[in-house]
Ligand binder design. Sequence first.
Ligand code: PEP
Length: 249
Amino acid sequence: MRKKLVAGNWKMHGSLQANAALLERLKAGMPGLQCEVAVCAPFPYLAQLQALLASTQVRWGAQSVSEHVSGAYTGEVSAAMLCEFGCRYVLVGHSERRSLFGESDAVVAAKFVAAREVGLVPILCLGETLAEREAGATAAVVSRQLDAVIDRAGVAALASAVVAYEPVWAIGTGVTASPAQAQEVHAAIRKRVADLDAGLAEGLRILYGGSVKPQNAAELFAQDDIDGGLIGGAALVADDFLAICQAAG
Ligand code: PEP
């Protein structure tokens, strides 16, 4: 039985004051939740999360990480630095990183490796664009993105990682993949891993992301291969995020 995970992606939102208020509400809503809850914040707020969440069940993480260990990489943040701020998770390969910042499959795979090397749990984001879906290329695109990581890190590395299927056309658009559409891709991801290591695939958590709201979360999370969610916009509204966590159990 896979424990569900609901992870918030705050993107480039927040302020010290707004974060503190949001986290207070989240902490108050934690009792009774069965699922694991995490928030992924902009780098400058990780110290605040560490201070406010260290003694709670809420885990936290970052939204990206350098593929390099250290050195002359102005503006970058290493995986070891994230560990110093108590991060458990880090998003790698979010579609905004891929499309806006030119992160290739190879760079995403290198970031995945860098995160794991210091004990962070990468949340590997995969997903097709609308044009790719309409061209019937969803399975090929998601497999290519996944294989880039498996080829570089080895399938065993997925044992300490999370996968998030996030169709690009559903992120921040208000258009959600139907539960059946999402389940189909999740099952294909699990099958691809199972072909290499069946036991590992059974335990792999595969989150769905893309306009998850309190209204659609329960139906998505009820699918066999959907093990929680990666939540953008709704993660900034305490009541909505908590309602989504409740839908996960
Ligand atoms: C995301 O940013 O990963 C995301 C899924 O955003 P939203 O929930 O707003 O679609």
